[in-house]
Design a protein around this ligand. Structure first.
Ligand SMILES: Nc1ncnc2c1ncn2[C@@H]1O[C@H](COP(=O)(O)OP(=O)(O)OP(=O)(O)O)[C@@H](O)[C@H]1O
Length: 707
């Protein structure tokens, strides 16, 4: 920090020396002041020299800041004095006061930028963070690309609004001077122009805000859609680590917050920056000493804002996390209302919710407290500069250097400039404080699913033979524990019914999950007709390998929607045929009465047996080659169960039936017995029944079946 300040002073000194050397040279050659073009050429030369010197002398870390200072030192005097050059009068060399003014303004602006926006830039070791911040912001701005035209129009409206707003005080001051002087020459014309600027400001401001609001709405929709799509494509285990309710909250609240912060703050910062710049020029035109005093407020505000952002960022992230947790809690309690009621858990749930609400309230109160404290400091700073400025104005007026009208115009500019500065700091600070949320949203967008890429195999004919080859699989969330499946090898013959039997936790459902490609095994392979599962096209695979779980999840919507889920060409005749075969008479009657009847949230309007029937229908109308039944008929009556088994055996596809009881898989061609993630025995149903004494799990299963 101290070394960059030292280098800065050195640069100011070199700049002053170069300026006077160049101007003296010009005077010697030309004998008079320079034209505007010559002034810009001299500035370009000076810029090149300063840049070379900075690169040669300063350490790399400080170069970014110093090169910004160089640019200001060169451009500021050119911009300030180009008016006289364009008017035809030659531009003369700056005096000591002029040079000091330029140096001071450049140094202050640089300080302001570094403290408020650059996140330390070259000042601190936080360079990497600052770079990440910039990259993140640049990436965020890229999100606006599809609305480029709308945004350009909005920027145009900003410039027009600001131009009107800037000219209004100027004409107000003129009107007051006219009234005080008693001359009414041109009074009504000036008043008319003033009215035009007022009307213009209103119209352009409305158009500006409308354009930004539309941009915000569009950005919001685009971002939500992209995040939703990316989240949907993630592997199943991602949803185990990230609770769906919490993801929903991220999708709604974080994305909304991001869109709001960015588009509204972008609008506010852009508008206020242009206004501040124009007002600064207008104020300089009114009184340079008063402008210099008014500018003292800038670095003070910037430093305060930087501190505030530091606290605010952390609190904002905590707030979003707490909101996500609240959503998760309410989702859990309301979603499981039957369990809550059955165990009279209302007060427990209410207490958990209350504790989280309390936490959120504490975060909000802390944020408010910080805000109040910083607002107080900011207002104090502003008050002090205002007092000093009024004292200076008094002495300028008594010396005859300032008229009442000019002071009024100056004050009319100063107040909104102060307000604009505050808006720049607050909005840019708010955007920086939202960076945590922004990076979270981007982390979802950038996340690629952690599973093997899908292949392209989609053969017309599929026999449906499945082979597990030394498959080992463990869930990442239980990484330290034993794997769920250990070196499992088995064959499901094409067109035959194989039953997977074993006690709870033996790994049967994990086998089904692997066959559905919800997960990939850590070791070994699963082959379908001799090809690894991941070599198949994903959509094809899910058409050919279909599963029916014990507790099927139905979507909110009609019976039709649930039965034909994901199918494009399915007619009711097909559905009726399958429903008749599996003797789902009650469901069929319901469908015939009203196929578009709503099944309720998660199928709440249906009985458990009917839900299983819907899931079976959904699977069978797809005419799969491999059917995975994970205790799929456990909730059905014996009559329907029997019909389903008959139909499944008749359909000719490869069937894997998962069951606890040997009795329920009598029709299976082959039975595989599993325990603790290992295949223990294979054989016919009769062979397995004969092994009762050999395995405790099997003994238990069989003894369960005896009266
Ligand atoms: N999503 C999961 N995350 C972590 N561990 C899991 C998960 N699902 C299952 N397990 C663990 O994997 C092992 C095998 O479970 P799996 O559900 O495959 O057994 P199962 O034989 O189907 O049991 P059940 O007959 O009770 O359904 C168990 O130890 C279980 O705790």
């Amino acid at each position: 920090m101290s070394s960059v300040i030292l280098s800065g002073f050195l640069l100011l000194f070199v700049d002053a020396s170069l300026t006077w050397t160049l101007w003296s040279g010009l005077l010697l050659v030309r004998g008079r002041g320079a034209s505007a073009a010559e002034q810009w050429a001299a500035a370009a030369l000076k810029w090149a020299l300063l840049d070379v010197m900075t690169r040669a002398v300063a350490p790399k870390k400080e170069q970014v800041v110093l090169r910004r200072l160089c640019a200001l030192l060169v451009l500021l005097p050119c911009l300030l004095r180009s008016g006289s050059g364009l008017g035809g009068d030659p531009v003369t060399a700056p005096g000591l006061a002029g040079q000091l003014q330029v140096s001071l303004c450049s140094a202050l602006s640089c300080l302001f930028w570094e403290t408020a926006f650059s996140g330390g830039g070259g000042f601190t070791e936080e360079g990497k963070v600052a770079l990440d911040t910039r990259r993140l912001l640049a990436r965020l701005l890229q999100q606006f690309r599809p609305d480029f035209l709308l945004l350009t129009a909005a920027c145009g409206f900003i410039i027009l609004t600001v131009a009107c707003d800037t000219l209004i005080p100027l004409f107000q001051g003129t009107v007051i001077d006219m009234l005080r002087g008693g001359t009414l020459d041109g009074f009504y014309t000036t008043l008319g122009i003033l009215a035009c600027f007022f009307v213009g400001s209103c119209i352009f401001s409305g158009l500006r805000s409308g354009s930004f609001n539309i941009t915000h709405a569009r950005l919001n929709k685009r971002l939500r859609m992209s995040v939703f799509r990316t989240v949907l494509s993630q592997e199943v285990l991602f949803f185990q680590e990230n609770q769906p309710a919490s993801l929903c909250s991220r999708l709604e609240s974080d994305v909304h917050q991001l869109g709001l912060t960015v588009s509204l703050n972008f609008n506010a910062v852009l508008r206020s920056s242009i206004k501040t710049l124009l007002m600064l020029v207008a104020m300089l035109y009114q009184s340079r000493p008063l402008t210099a005093l008014a500018c003292v407020e800038i670095p003070v505000l910037a430093a305060l804002q930087r501190q505030q952002v530091r606290y605010h960022k952390e609190l904002k992230e905590q707030k979003q996390d707490s909101l996500a947790r609240l959503k998760e809690l309410s989702h859990q309690s309301l979603g499981g209302i039957r369990t809550v009621r059955s165990f009279h858990g209302q007060s427990d749930e209410a207490q958990r919710f209350h504790r989280e609400l309390q936490r959120l309230q504490e975060i909000r109160i802390r944020a408010r407290r910080h805000k109040t404290f910083f607002t107080l400091l900011r207002r104090l700073g502003s008050l002090v500069t205002k007092m000093v400025m009024l004292l200076a104005a008094r002495s300028l007026m008594s010396g005859g250097q300032l008229s009442g009208g000019t002071l009024l115009t100056f004050l009319l500019y100063r107040k909104p400039m102060s307000h604009n500065l505050k808006e720049i700091f607050v909005c840019s600070g708010d955007t920086l404080a939202t960076l945590g949320i922004i990076s979270k949203v981007f982390s979802y967008l950038d996340r690629s699913p952690k599973r093997r890429a899908d292949g392209h195999l989609a053969p017309d004919a599929l026999r449906g033979e499945i082979v597990f080859q030394n498959v080992t699989f463990g869930y990442p969330s239980t990484a330290g524990d034993e794997p769920a499946l250990k070196d499992v090898s088995m064959v499901l013959e094409a067109g035959k019914v194989t039953a997977l039997v074993g006690p709870s936790g033996s790994g049967k459902t994990s086998c089904v999950g692997l066959l559905k490609r919800l997960y990939d095994p850590q070791r070994g392979d699963i082959l379908l007709d001799g090809q690894p599962l991941h070599a198949y096209d994903n959509a094809y695979l899910h058409r050919k390998v279909v599963s029916v779980p014990q507790n099927p999840v139905l979507m909110r919507g009609s019976l039709r929607y649930n039965v034909e889920y994901g199918l494009e060409d399915c007619d009711f005749r097909q559905v009726r045929e399958v429903a008749t075969k599996i003797k789902a008479d009650r469901l069929l009657a319901k469908m015939e009465a009203d196929y578009d009847a709503d099944v309720g949230e998660g199928g709440a309007h249906l009985s458990e047996g009917d839900k299983q029937s819907v899931a079976l229908l959904r699977a069978l109308v797809r005419q799969p080659r491999v059917l995975l039944l994970d205790e799929a008929t456990s909730q059905m009556d014996a009559h329907t169960q029997h019909a389903v088994l008959e139909e499944v055996v008749r359909c000719g596809c490869t069937v894997l039936m998962v069951a606890h009881r040997l009795r329920s898989v009598e029709r299976a061609d082959r039975v595989i017995f599993m325990e603790n993630g290992v295949v223990m025995e294979e054989g016919t149903h009769a062979q397995l029944m004969a092994m009762e004494g050999r395995y405790q799990g099997l003994r238990q299963e069989l003894s369960d079946q005896r009266p």
